[in-house]
Design a protein around this ligand. Structure first.
Ligand code: GAL
Length: 649
């Protein structure tokens, strides 16, 4: 476990570099990430390289004992490159070219850009790939940031047609799979198929889903080309990419398969402000972030590679890109750091060393202010570094609970939500938050991952279920919870064969001939465990087969909660309290010990260490029998963290 920082030597006078490097080391930082936006400084004109400054920067950082994470600079192609071939630029859904002037101005489908990206990757890797201080590479920066996965440029449409041909084989198969008989959409040549934009009303959902799959594959292609070059020219170094928060536009699990490890960029306050949380939540957590936000991403990205994940960018103070940008509460930078390690991280790296006094991100805090003084976060980093030195080594273990999350299902619900607030990521996050409030550790797994050994498996938002996943669930002895819409769609976004829940009928004998979405404020009442409860937003109208027990019915007689053996089907969406209660009862059936954690307190085990993480602004008291406190105590201060070692764990 170690600390890192993101540094931009090209932003500062060279005379500062050595002091900066020394100050990083004195703060307890071991690793420094550089270079991701430096292309125009490395190659100011086509084929004219200026390596001298970067040579010296690397030497200065290495001489201070810092390990270097070097980046390929492909997120910011220089102006001369764009001018020489404007076809590199992406085209938005409005048909307009997305031009130069910020970053990420390229189309993943541009072969011309891919060749240029490979060329500069090769140059940088050839120069520094064997440098002893270079321990890892980051490819590009945040694929898809600023809504850049989908492009509708001519080359993208062209490659889409080739992709369709490879996927479907021939047009008869495509027409049948998509259902193009509808509205006379059948095609007789692949050249007739365009990208799904510009139609009078919504384009064909199967075409849109395939376009999402295609665009995701284009990201993988781009990344894979860089990985191959880095592995060739920089053997023995780790290759990673920094993923984003609440971002589902490409299949991150597939990307991770080409990397050595996954990393992600953690901005808890920006993430709270800019996403779906309601005003009350935004107020409540404005200086800490939502208690499940960072943890959700840690658990999501941890599950994607065998090696421990990294936090490549950790918010150190206010950011510049939220609708509002408050300061973190005192203690939060330390808390976020510990929380990442609690969830299995190997590295937490802060963004950025020093606040820039210029350009787009000048209002974004760093560990130092522009005048080279420590900013507020620096003291907390020092504190975390000192504490880290005292902690025994440990590895994250497999949790007892698996939450299944799938990118294709996210796209499917985006394309046909059928209710304005249906969002697969949000539904998954809510289920995660409910499980975490019960004190449970959670693995977020993919639909093709190994499910053996889990005691509880939850499918919160999986309209598309493969036969392979259905097989794994049939073979599992876990308690299984299926949320509404599970298995309801075919791989091409039609209604599942034999009606929903499609392949999951092998687990539970149901037929769902109708669904309804409900406006906010509309509720459906049912009784369970002697109390009235309310469902909201969505209902599957379920017909139960002979082997199924209906545990609760809505007041209109339709089933609300159903069960067949260890398989539970919930026919509607519930509020947070009821979701927690229901998951708690299934967790107990799975033999898991649960606890009702107070608001803002979260627990997480890493090996024999137990972390108590307090997002609230009051002291939280907890007793952990058979434990020795290594950091703090059972009285966890507001925005504080305590760590206990559990004997015999
Ligand atoms: C990240 C990005 C960084 C910087 C940061 C600001 O999304 O990777 O380059 O822009 O946000 O918070």
């Amino acid at each position: 476990m170690q600390l890192g920082v993101c540094y931009y030597p090209e932003h500062w006078p060279e005379a500062w570099w050595a002091d900066d490097a020394r100050a990083m080391r004195a703060m307890g930082i071991r690793q420094v990430r550089i270079g991701e936006f430096a292309w125009s400084r490395i190659e100011p004109a086509p084929g004219h390289f200026d390596w001298a400054w970067l040579d010296r920067a690397i030497e200065v950082l290495a001489a201070a004992g810092l390990q270097i994470v070097l980046c390929t600079p492909t997120a910011t192609p220089p102006k001369w490159l764009i001018d020489s071939d404007p076809s590199i630029l992406a085209v938005g859904a409005d048909g307009r070219v997305r031009g130069f002037g910020s970053r990420r101005h390229y189309d993943f489908s541009s072969d011309a850009y891919l060749a240029q990206a490979c060329r500069i990757t090769r140059e940088v890797a050839a120069r520094y790939g064997q440098h002893p201080a270079v321990i890892a590479w980051q490819t590009d920066n945040e694929y898809g940031c600023h809504d850049t996965v989908l492009s509708y440029a001519a080359q993208a449409q062209q490659r889409f047609r080739g992709w369709l041909q490879a996927r479907h084989g021939d047009l008869d198969a495509l027409n049948a799979a998509w259902g193009t008989a509808f509205w006379s959409q059948g095609c007789t040549r692949f050249e007739q198929i365009d990208a799904p934009i510009g139609s009078v009303t919504e384009a064909h959902p199967a075409q849109r889903l395939d376009y999402r799959r295609f665009a995701s594959d284009e990201v993988l292609r781009f990344n894979r080309a860089q990985c191959q070059i880095l592995r060739e020219l920089s053997p023995g170094r780790l290759v990673t990419h920094n993923a984003m928060l609440f971002f589902t536009e490409f299949d991150h699990r597939a990307l991770a398969a080409d990397l050595d490890l996954m990393s992600w960029d953690s901005y808890p306050l920006g993430g709270l402000e800019n996403f779906w949380f309601d005003d009350a939540e935004k107020h409540r957590w404005q200086r800490s972030g939502h208690p499940d936000f960072a943890a959700f991403h840690h658990d999501l990205y941890r599950g994607m590679s065998a090696r421990p994940f990294w936090v490549m960018e950790q918010q150190p103070g206010p950011v510049n890109w939220g609708a509002w940008n408050p300061s973190p509460a005192a203690g939060m930078v330390r808390l976020w750091t510990w929380e990442a390690f609690a969830h299995g991280a190997d590295v937490v790296s802060y963004f950025r060393w020093r606040q820039a006094p210029f350009a787009q991100e000048q209002m974004h805090a760093g560990l130092q202010t522009p005048d080279r003084q420590d900013d507020v976060g620096a003291a907390e980093v020092r504190c975390a570094a000192q504490e880290l030195a005292h902690l025994p080594a440990s590895r994250s273990r497999r949790a007892a609970v698996a939450l299944v999350f799938d990118y294709t299902s996210c796209w499917a619900l985006d394309i046909q939500p059928q209710g304005a607030d249906e969002n697969a990521l949000r539904i998954t996050f809510d289920a995660y938050a409910a499980l975490r409030a019960l004190g449970l550790d959670v693995d977020i797994v993919g639909p093709d991952d190994d499910l053996s050994g889990y005691a509880l498996i939850v499918l919160p938002a999986l309209p598309i279920v493969s036969d392979g996943l259905a097989d794994a669930l049939v073979a599992s002895s876990a308690q299984i919870v299926l949320y509404p819409r599970a298995g309801s769609k075919s791989p091409h976004l039609g209604i599942a064969e034999g009606l929903p829940p499609g392949p999951l009928r092998r687990l539970i004998d149901l037929r769902i001939p109708r669904v309804e979405s409900l406006r906010p404020g509309t509720t459906l009442a049912f009784h369970w465990h002697g109390r009235q409860h309310l469902a909201q937003r969505w209902r599957d109208c379920v017909q139960a087969g002979a082997g199924v027990t209906v545990q609760a019915r809505f007041d209109d007689g339709q089933p609300a909660l159903l069960r067949q053996g260890s398989v539970h089907y919930w026919a509607a969406r519930f509020d947070a309290a009821l979701e927690r209660e229901l998951l708690g009862s299934v967790a107990q059936a799975a033999g898991l010990a649960t606890t009702q954690l107070p608001e803002g307190l979260r627990l997480r085990r890493r090996g024999d260490l137990l972390f108590a993480i307090n997002y609230s602004d009051t002291v939280q008291v907890l007793s952990v029998p058979q434990a020795r406190w290594l950091i703090g105590s059972g009285r966890v201060p507001p925005h504080g963290v305590s760590v206990a070692q559990r004997r015999g764990a």
